[in-house]
Design a protein around this ligand. Structure first.
Ligand code: AMP
Ligand code: ZN
Length: 136
């Protein structure tokens, strides 16, 4: 399969690995938001978080809880973001499930997303639609 992250798993492309177990792999992002920016992936290929079986998401969550504090300590970060782009419109470029573990510093001035307040009544309507879709 022509997937750069599968090639990293297979050892066909180089990476700076930081963690590996039976199910997941974590390595440095080559274009970090800040040094230590790490990508956590399932070794098996799935396109997005929602395509990924719960068992692998659980393994990713467990690994994330080990890796994020280690990243923080290694680069003396003040905080960290967990970032997930699901789909091209959300900024996903590599179509193999991955979570970004991004160390943050009090004065790094990165703004990862912006927000706009809801118009009057809109929040209640949107919340209801989401809840209805969860029940459906
Ligand atoms: P996304 O936009 O969520 O799909 O993020 C893909 C990330 O993969 C980007 O932050 C890239 O810098 C990173 N990336 C692409 N190719 C490689 C590679 N060969 N090794 C490490 N990171 C990579
Ligand atoms: Zn892949």
């Amino acid at each position: 399969m022509d997937c750069i992250f599968c090639k990293i798993v297979a050892g066909e492309l180089p990476s700076y690995k930081v963690y590996e177990d039976e199910k997941v792999l974590a390595f440095l992002d080559i274009n970090p938001v800040n040094p230590g920016h790490t990508l956590l992936i399932p070794k098996e290929h799935y396109e997005t978080t929602l395509d990924t079986p719960d068992e692998l998401l659980q393994a990713m969550a467990a690994a994330m809880k080990k890796i994020a504090p280690a990243v923080m300590r290694a680069v003396k970060a003040d905080a960290w973001n967990l970032g997930v782009n699901n789909g091209a419109a959300a900024g996903q470029i590599v179509m193999h499930t991955h979570w970004h573990i991004i160390p943050r510093f009090a004065r790094d001035e990165h703004r990862l997303w912006r927000g706009e307040p809801y118009a009057e009544g809109e929040a209640a309507r949107v919340a209801r639609h989401i809840t209805d879709n969860i029940k459906a």
